[in-house]
Structure formats: structure tokens, C-alpha cells
Design a binder for this molecule. Structure first.
Ligand code: ADP
Ligand code: MG
Length: 201
């Protein structure tokens, strides 16, 4: 979270809590919230049922207790429960970094979240990159027409901006070996990161 803040990458309102009362305090501030496990383990939270979407203050207690029970049943070590504002629907993208034994640090951008496995449409470059390469990474996506289909008009500058910020992280924060912003939810004129994970050397 500190890293995202340092580089001005916009993330959804997020707080880690240790009790139902703390969670309720946050749920009172938004029409609906998301509950998820806070763990440093590389788990696919959704597959294990450890992400609860569209939680309202009316069903918070039930969903919170159900989540904690599931975490305990899975035997996952966790530091608390993440409570987030529920983001508006948009296009789920991925942006991140990974280490390649041959090429060094690779930056990636493409369709993420629920689309990652379905589309397998992700561009990659060896870092460092400049603005032209960031634009190419968007332009070479097979399904990029989604950004302009049916009168949509996604602002690609916002995507370029995010890719270049991740490029800066790769250049400056050498201890970051992997970064996974997935999904970053894009809107026509904005974006918000709702899930992130970093591997630090
Ligand atoms: P994981 O990748 O570990 O399964 P995520 O936190 O990425 O868990 O959540 C899985 C999916 O749930 C996301 O791809 C997105 O569709 C949805 N989601 C997660 N957090 C939010 C949020 N704050 N607002 C809206 N949707 C969310
Ligand atoms: Mg995710």
C-alpha cells in the first residue's frame, strides 16, 4: 500500500481490521464493501471463497463470520480482514513486474482479473521502457477494441500513465522482484487498483 501511495497509483479505499466492530465502522461509510483475507501467502483468494463482494451493513456480520470460518478451515495464516469500498464495474486489467532468468525484469499489461485466463491477452517488455513502448503495449492487445466498442471511449493516457509508474517502481525499487496489480479496474476516464501483491527480495 505504501508503494502504491509513493508512486501515486490510485487504489480503492482499503483498511485492514481485526474485529467485526471495526469492519462495521467502515461498512457504514459506503453503500457496499468487499471483505477479503489479508495474507502474505500467494493464494488465489477467489478460488478459495475468500473474497466477499457486495457486502452491506445488513449482511456484514454473517459474511464476516463466514469469511473468518473459511480462512480457519483452509488453515491459512492471516494478519486480519481487509475491508474495501466496492468499486464500480469497469474493465479489469493487470499491470505488473516479474523476473525472467534470461531477460531480467519484465513489465506486463493486459486483460486481468476475471479475464486473465479467458483472454490470455497480455503485453510484455523488458524494462526500462519509455512512453512509446507503453503505448505499443496497449495497441498490441488482441482485444483492445473493447476500449472503443459500442461508443466507449477509454482514455489510453490513463493506462500509459499507470504502466509508466510501474516502470518507475521497477527502476527505483530494486528489492521488488514481482508486482501484481490485478485487477486494476479501468473506467473511461479513470482507474482504481483493488488487489495488489509484491514479492520483496
Ligand atoms: P484474488 O485475485 O486473490 O482472487 P481479488 O482481490 O483480485 O482476489 O478479487 C477477485 C475479484 O473480485 C476481482 O477480479 C474483482 O472482480 C472483484 N473485486 C475484488 N475487490 C473488489 C473491490 N474492492 N471492488 C469491486 N470488485 C472487487
Ligand atoms: Mg487479484
Amino acid at each position: 500500500m505504501d508503494l502504491l501511495e509513493k508512486y501515486g497509483i490510485k487504489k480503492i479505499f482499503t483498511k485492514e481490521v481485526k474485529s467485526l466492530d471495526e469492519a462495521l465502522e467502515i461498512a457504514n461509510k459506503f453503500p457496499s464493501v468487499v471483505l477479503k483475507v489479508s495474507t502474505s501467502l500467494p493464494v488465489h483468494k477467489t478460488e478459495l471463497g475468500l473474497v466477499k463482494l457486495n457486502v452491506t451493513k445488513e449482511n456484514l456480520k454473517k459474511e464476516y463470520e463466514d469469511l473468518v470460518n473459511k480462512i480457519k478451515k483452509e488453515g491459512i495464516e492471516y494478519s486480519g480482514i481487509i475491508v474495501q469500498e466496492m468499486a464500480k464495474p469497469g474493465i479489469e486489467m493487470i499491470c505488473g513486474l516479474k523476473e525472467d532468468p534470461q531477460f531480467g525484469t519484465i513489465i506486463l499489461f493486459g486483460f486481468g482479473g476475471i479475464y486473465t485466463e479467458i483472454f490470455r491477452d497480455i503485453s510484455m517488455r523488458v524494462i526500462p521502457i519509455g512512453k512509446m513502448e507503453a503505448i505499443e503495449m496497449i495497441e498490441e492487445l488482441k482485444y483492445k477494441n473493447i476500449f472503443t466498442a459500442r461508443g466507449r471511449n477509454y482514455n489510453k493516457e490513463k493506462m500509459v500513465d499507470l504502466i509508466l509508474k510501474v516502470n518507475e517502481i521497477a527502476k527505483n525499487e530494486r528489492e521488488i522482484k514481482e508486482l501484481d496489480l490485478n485487477p486494476v479496474i479501468f473506467y473511461e476516464d479513470d482507474y482504481v487498483v483493488v488487489d495488489w501483491r509484491a514479492v520483496i527480495e
